[in-house]
Design a protein around this ligand. Structure first.
Ligand SMILES: Nc1ncnc2c1ncn2[C@@H]1O[C@H](COP(=O)(O)OP(=O)(O)OP(=O)(O)O)[C@@H](O)[C@H]1O
Length: 304
């Protein structure tokens, strides 16, 4: 199958400053791909090259096999776009904005249906220039949804949205994906990406520091897990009992008198057996996987 996006050895320099540094990335059709990075990591620069708003210094980008530079029109026809720093046309209502998107894509229908999906039908006939940031963001998202695009490219789609708006946006992203759309979206908000993305790319200082599924990133970041074990007799010597096991990084008694053990996933049973074998009995166990935030810190640590 043709890839939805193929980014090949792309670099973007501004004078002597390298904003995007030799990025290679392939996004399959049907994926929700999250593009994660701190402010200034190079996410928007990469997305703007994908949209042919700016040109790479070197390398190439294809969307559904069409080169973004030489065949940008056929690439753009299949995309719905929520760019960073979009403009709202003063004097046009939300309904007229969506109608404009429909006309330019040759799509029939009622703009209100699309505005309804983003929750701003009440404001459909108000001048969009007076919209709040979140409302304008929703309207531009509605414009991106017009015509059931095969690829949605969304730059920080949840910025400016309240929590309910961000949740609705995530649900719409998943609905779009279910109908078959590929979604490529950037964010510096980890939870937004963790909630919907099949795979994640972490940008750091212009480079793609890691690309994987969230589970895969967890594995690569050490595959460690935290066990929180309630025992019948939480003796101070219990941590020492498990600390000697190969694969255990640390163990301690926490404030709730539980034994907290950070260890490789494959030694979980050894830890439990050791805790059960002494003068105490294991009563309950919970595990905590590292969050995407932990992984993000792990991948970007030490090179600030
Ligand atoms: N036109 C430009 N001229 C010079 N430097 C630029 C230009 N555009 C972007 N940069 C620099 O490139 C780097 C990457 O910027 P970019 O906007 O891609 O980051 P980002 O990851 O999208 O950040 P944010 O989350 O803040 O939007 C930044 O250091 C930025 O200052």
């Amino acid at each position: 199958m043709v890839l939805a996006i193929r980014i090949s050895d792309v670099t973007k320099r501004y004078g002597s400053f390298t904003a995007v540094d030799r990025v290679d990335l392939a996004v399959e059709q049907g994926e929700v791909f999250g593009f994660l990075g701190h402010n200034g990591a190079g996410k928007s620069t990469m997305i703007n090259m994908l949209l042919d708003f700016i040109r790479p210094t070197s390398g190439s980008i294809e969307v559904f096999g069409a080169d973004c530079r030489t065949d940008g029109v056929s690439a753009r026809e299949r995309m719905g776009v929520l760019p960073e720093g979009y403009g709202v046309y003063a004097g046009l209502t939300g309904r007229q904005h969506v109608q404009f998107a429909m006309d330019s894509k040759g799509v029939e229908g009622d703009p209100l249906d699309v505005l309804d999906r983003v929750g701003i039908t009440d404001a459909a006939d108000r001048d969009a220039d007076g919209y709040s940031k979140g409302m304008a963001q929703r309207m531009v998202f509605a414009m991106a949804l017009v015509g059931e695009p095969e690829l949605l490219v969304l730059d920080e789609p949840t910025s400016g949205l309240d929590p309910a708006g961000a949740k609705a946006m995530r649900e719409t992203i998943l609905e779009e994906n279910e109908r078959g759309a590929t979604v490529f979206f950037s964010s510096h908000i980890l939870e937004q990406i963790e909630a919907v993305a099949d795979r994640v790319g972490i940008m750091h200082h212009g480079q793609l520091a890691a690309v994987d599924t969230i589970d895969g990133l967890r594995e690569k970041a050490g595959g460690e897990t935290k066990l929180i074990v309630s025992v019948s007799d939480p003796d101070e010597s219990l941590p020492e009992t498990v600390e000697g096991i190969d694969g255990v990084e640390s163990a301690r008694i926490n404030d709730e008198q539980q034994v907290e053990v950070t260890c490789a996933k494959h030694v979980k049973m050894d830890v439990l057996l050791a805790l059960n074998g002494q003068n105490s009995e294991v009563l309950d166990v919970t595990t905590e996987e590292p969050s995407l935030e932990d992984l993000f810190v792990e991948y970007t640590r030490g090179s600030e």
